[in-house]
Design a protein. Sequence first.
Length: 805
Amino acid sequence: MNFPLRLLLSAIACLLWTASPPRAQIIPDRSLPENSTVTETDGVRVITGGTRSGDLLFHSFEEFSLPTGGEAFFNQGPDIATILTRVTGTDRSQIDGLIRANGGADLFLLNPNGIRFGPNARLDLGGSFVATSADRLVWDNGSFYSASEANAPPLLTVGVPTGIQFGREPGPIDAAGFGHDLAVQTRPVPTVRGDRPANLGVEPGATLALIGGSVNLSGAILEADNGAIALGAVGRHDRPVRVGLARTDSGFSFDYSAIDNFDAITLQSRALVGVTGDRPGAIDVRGRLLTLEGGSAIFSQNQGGETAPPLQIASRDGVILRGTSSDGIRSSLKSETIASGEGAAIVITGARVRLERQGDVRSNSFDSGKGGDIRIDATQSIFVGSDTRTSTVMTAQTFGSGSGGNLDLAAGTLTVANSGQVSSITFGTGRGGNVQVRTREAVNIDEGILSASTFATGPGGNLAIATGRLSVLKGGRVSATNVAFGNAGSLTVEASEFIEVRGETPALFNTSQIDASSNVLDPFLRELFRLPDRVSGNAGDLQITTPMLRVSDRGSISVKNDGDGNAGTLTLNVERVMLENQGKITGSTQSGEGGDLQVYIGDLLTLRDRSQITTEAGGTGNGGNLTLNSDLLVAEGNSDIVANAFEGAGGQIAIEARGIFGIEFRPRLTSESDITASSQFGISGTVAIDSPEVDASRGTLELPTPLMAGSLQLNYGCVTHGENSFAVVGRGGLPNAPTEAILPQVFWQDLQDFGTDEGAIAPSPQSQVLLKAPREATHWVKRGDRLELVAPRTAPGFVKVPTCF
């Protein structure tokens, strides 16, 4: 950093610090059996005395603050293992100088009012440092050392305390500094710290812990080479609460299981929390909301052969990473391995995780060690994106022979938007990590990327998505891809409700897609990543399972290989598929084999407005095969099902459907909707269609009469008789005339028994009187030489009417 900028930052930090200047007082309170003593020599405050219990040394002060450039020296004996220091007054401790101690003793600083470290604060300790705004330290045997009860009975306990107990409202812990000097990385190299000293740092194998109310780091640098760092923010409670304390190989660990309410933790203005070394310790962050902004970072780097402990964040409301420093340093969570040991896993739990405006979560392997995994469990949502088209990234990458870390994301929803990227990438010989996404509700890829890729010889990882709804919009991409020499991984998608792939990036015309592929990138990207002009690895398989799939507005689902390798197989298991406005399902190769499509549809497949299902071979390769099973297949608007090749053989198309409408086999593509398999210079493929071949416009029976009202059909009875046929057509859907009675369209059958009961009296025939009405004569007969007009006893079979002649 240039001198004027550093001078400016120093001035700003000093102004912030002098807004609440330290009182520069270290005053014993005379509350111990053997009190602490402070003597000052040349600005150095030498602290002696105190009450000893075994290898514990107890100090008690009414005030404990250091001025800028001042020094507090705990001059204890070499056999003291732990120094326990409490502040019993009402003021915060404000420390802007050096705290040091003899030997390898651990130092606890306890002030319930809070602690503030200035930009010039430093530590020179042989052991761990725990700064806390807790009320007291406690032991399992009931002993305690309290800052609020200074006149409690003398301590009789021996051993490290087992808990840190907080009052109802813990004070804040703040640390200011000039910010880290990590360089802006223009190429993938391990992170290197500059020569700027840490504000608060501890020796190898020790722990640096800040545990209080809210924790705010503004430009502060916290480091523990081969050690551990803990940040804890305990919120307000209506009762005393305890954080458990236990000794570990790298100092101390803390247990927050008894804490119900947490407070905020903020890193800003290039603040840094980092652990490095051949045996780095854990980073443990516990709070209500963790925010990293202004180029701040939490960082673990493994330089040895052992597996690094995790970088663990448990934040009830969530984690926010956003923005950059003025010179472009991203706010980030980062894990690296630069040796044979596995990198630290980045483990995040909370309600929401948001990466925005170039916020980063990264796991990198630069050697033979496996990269650390990224595991996020968000009860509500994960968001990776920006309000502008600047790259915001969550990624696991390998640049060496070690495998890349895996990504395991679980949430209610995952959104990757506006140039956001969630990815696993190999840039070396090592295998890329797998990506697994599990959401209860939805995955939204809106002008973003969710991928597992290889940019080198190492094989790419697999990508698996299990969700309720998957939406890929505005040029978004879900892919398992190879752009160099390695084999791409597989892609599996299961959506219990639906999948939608729609649209393209505004102005850039990148179409939305789900693909398993080997791609040739454009010249600019090939030069940027030093990629070959022709890819050679194989593409992976793609499997999709969902009740409903909609691909529209130039969106696509594909398996393809643009290079020398083979394409994978696309398998669809869907109830209903809708391809609209140039939506595509494709399998393609350039010179290799594969690109088969296996499409199993339980209900309906529709293709509209130039949509396509295709398998194609663009060079010497053979066209892939298409197997399509659907209950119904409906196409319109020049939509096609194609298996074509250029020099190789065309693929085979096998379609099985109960009904096929609007599309038919043709030997070549036309302006209609076609099914075709061909090769421009090779052998054309075959098409086999298994369908009842029922066309709704053909093969039906034409009724003998047009449909009309029933009152008009009386005139047509003889017509049907004369043609020697009989048809019952009903009303043909015609309503009753307005003057007709409304009669129910049901039949009635009387099921009663008309047999005579035993007690019934049969009617007497004599009692029946039949009145015979005169009958009109209907024709004549010749009897001898005379004619008689007669009316026969039975009606004729039919009476001819004029229409019968």
